[in-house]
Design a protein around this ligand. Structure first.
Ligand SMILES: [Fe+2]
Length: 379
């Protein structure tokens, strides 16, 4: 573990937020073996969900009760149970205090800190020096937030810096989502197959994402998934790997148009594949998602049509993280020690050295591939 991630600070220091969530100075942690069961019990007891995470496989939920005489916030936590805790305990954040234990018993639940980031405890591990391949596309899916199914595209989560998921909604129709937001440094949603109707804060009426379309979910932007087609597949890439998701209770979407507003230092981007300009690097055709200007040069994303004859990958610039997600067909990734076939729905993550050392080629046919890169690390 080498440094402290700071995603939480982004949200709380962002002056563009109208009402950032207050920091949590203390919370009663309730160890529980089954999060869904515990949430159901606390809901029945009059608690509401404030936030939960991680998104792909929730292990905790923060819930609150607004009783006028006894406001209470609890964190239902399966990790604490797994670590052997059985009794509720008071967790106090002394770093963001000052908190006096005498008053912590009578704490104010409106004050909230979530120190997650990276591995979940604010730390990250060293960056992998070898390419990281995801498992085959028919691997186990797990049920995450709002009933969506998730599949991990980035084993090891790049030391806690990134999470990349393939998300599947098998049965179309209204999605049981709610207005929410994520405390992230970076988050890209890419529609792979099917369609999904979504609505974003300040971006006007709901709209539909079709295959190849994407949204840069700038840090803290409120949004909601409304409706999906049968067999919707999206790719979601976020940094840091573990980050809180907050329920938005005051803002109703749609809430009008405020184009150009910045969220956590970034602009919102809605990329429409069929309207994007086609460019080329050598014989590789690509469409840029336009993330460079929206993120101050930190991130780049492009959809590449990788031809069948092997060639080096075009890079968006000197970066420390590149993720290739094969959208269709198969991709031959040729490394110094041999080649490897990456099927559709699979991914490979590369550091800067690996990125400059590989060649790629479509396997029998051009391979449309999403390439997402971090060009500059957050300071
Ligand atoms: Fe979301």
């Amino acid at each position: 573990m080498e440094q402290t991630a700071s995603a939480s600070q982004n949200l709380f220091s962002d002056e563009t937020r109208r009402w950032p969530p207050p920091p949590l100075l203390s919370v009663w942690v309730v160890p529980c073996p089954d999060l869904d069961q515990a949430m159901a019990s606390f809901t029945e007891a009059g608690f509401d969900v404030h936030s939960l995470g991680p998104a792909d496989n929730p292990s905790y939920a923060v819930m609150f009760a607004s009783h006028p005489e006894l406001p209470t916030t609890v964190r239902l936590d399966t990790d604490a149970y797994r670590r052997g805790r059985r009794e509720p305990f008071l967790q106090v954040d002394l770093q963001h205090g000052p908190v006096q234990l005498a008053s912590a018993v009578d704490w104010n639940p409106r004050v909230l800190i979530d120190c997650e980031g990276g591995n979940g405890d604010g730390t990250v591990d060293p960056v992998p020096t070898e390419p990281v391949f995801s498992a085959a596309a028919d691997d186990t899916w797990i049920v995450g937030r709002a009933g969506m199914r998730y599949r991990d595209l980035l084993p090891g989560r790049w030391g806690g810096r990134f999470i990349a998921s393939h998300i599947h909604i098998p049965n179309g129709g209204p999605v049981p989502d709610y207005v929410h937001y994520h405390d992230v440094e970076f988050q890209l949603i890419f529609c792979h197959r099917g369609w999904v109707r979504v609505v974003y804060e300040d971006q006007g009426e709901p709209f539909v994402l079709h295959p190849g379309d994407a949204v840069l979910q700038a840090p803290g932007i409120r949004h909601r998934v409304l409706e999906a087609s049968d067999d919707l597949y999206v790719v979601e890439i976020s940094s840091p790997a573990q980050h809180p998701t907050y329920i938005e209770r005051r803002l109703v979407l749609p809430n009008g148009l405020s184009p150009g507003r910045r969220y956590g230092g970034q602009n919102y981007v809605h990329f429409v594949h069929d309207e994007a300009r086609r460019e080329t690097v050598g014989s590789i055709e690509f469409r840029s998602l336009g993330l460079e200007s929206a993120t101050g040069g930190r991130y780049s994303a492009r959809i590449l049509q990788i031809p069948v004859d092997a060639r080096p990958l075009p890079s968006g610039g000197p970066g420390d993280f590149s993720l290739l997600v094969v959208l269709d067909g198969e991709l031959n990734v040729e490394l110094a020690d041999g080649g490897r076939l990456v099927g559709h729905g699979q991914a490979v993550a590369l550091d800067a050295d690996s990125m400059s050392a590989i060649a790629v080629a479509g396997h029998g046919a051009p391979a449309p591939t999403l390439l997402v890169q971090r060009l500059h690390s957050p300071t």
